[in-house]
Design a protein around this ligand. Structure first.
Ligand code: MG
Length: 174
């Protein structure tokens, strides 16, 4: 059960205050795409994602998409947003993410992984030894593989909540 306890929790990445990241000396946000930033069937970054990326950037924090999605057209999404990306990451496994980190100028303690799933995002953070922030999925629409994961995710999440492990970090009021 310990492996499923995120370092931080917030309802949505769009509620996150940049000052939280600065306070924790984060220079890079590894962000899951599907249902963390946008719905899985969206090809163009929504305005709030563009705003988020710009806000992070102006505070010296790089946003990078780290996704298990294999679809080619998802790379278009990352290109349009103007961020680096790693697809087919195979979260929760750490191999690809660790190799990717070697190409970046950040130490692991400067990176935070943000995602909406316990079985992929949170476990991956634990496996790779990167701090991880769990969010709620931004929509109820999921790919079929994710729908299966949710069946396992939901009861664990409810358990963690009951135990008090999912207390939200300070949210932005802007
Ligand atoms: Mg997701």
């Amino acid at each position: 059960m310990k492996k499923f306890i995120p370092n931080y929790y917030i309802n949505s990445i769009f509620d996150l205050d940049v000052s939280f990241l600065l306070k924790h000396q984060k220079k890079c946000v590894f962000c899951d795409l599907d249902n963390t930033l946008d719905q899985y069937d969206v090809l163009n970054p929504s305005q709030r994602v563009i705003d988020l990326k710009n806000n992070l950037e102006s505070n010296g924090i790089e946003l990078i998409i780290i996704s298990n999605n294999k679809a080619k057209n998802k790379q278009i999404y990352a290109q349009r947003l103007g961020v680096k990306s790693l697809f087919s990451t195979r979260k929760p496994f750490k191999k690809r993410i660790n190799n990717f980190i070697e190409s970046l100028p950040y130490g692991k303690s400067e990176i935070i992984l943000v995602g909406d799933q316990l079985l992929t995002d949170v476990l991956c953070g634990k496996n790779a030894n990167i701090e991880v922030m769990l969010t709620e999925p931004i929509s109820k629409k999921d790919q079929w593989t994710t729908r299966f994961n949710r069946l396992i995710d939901r009861p664990i999440r409810n358990h963690l909540r009951k135990k008090g492990y999912l207390k939200s970090v300070e949210v932005s009021n802007g």
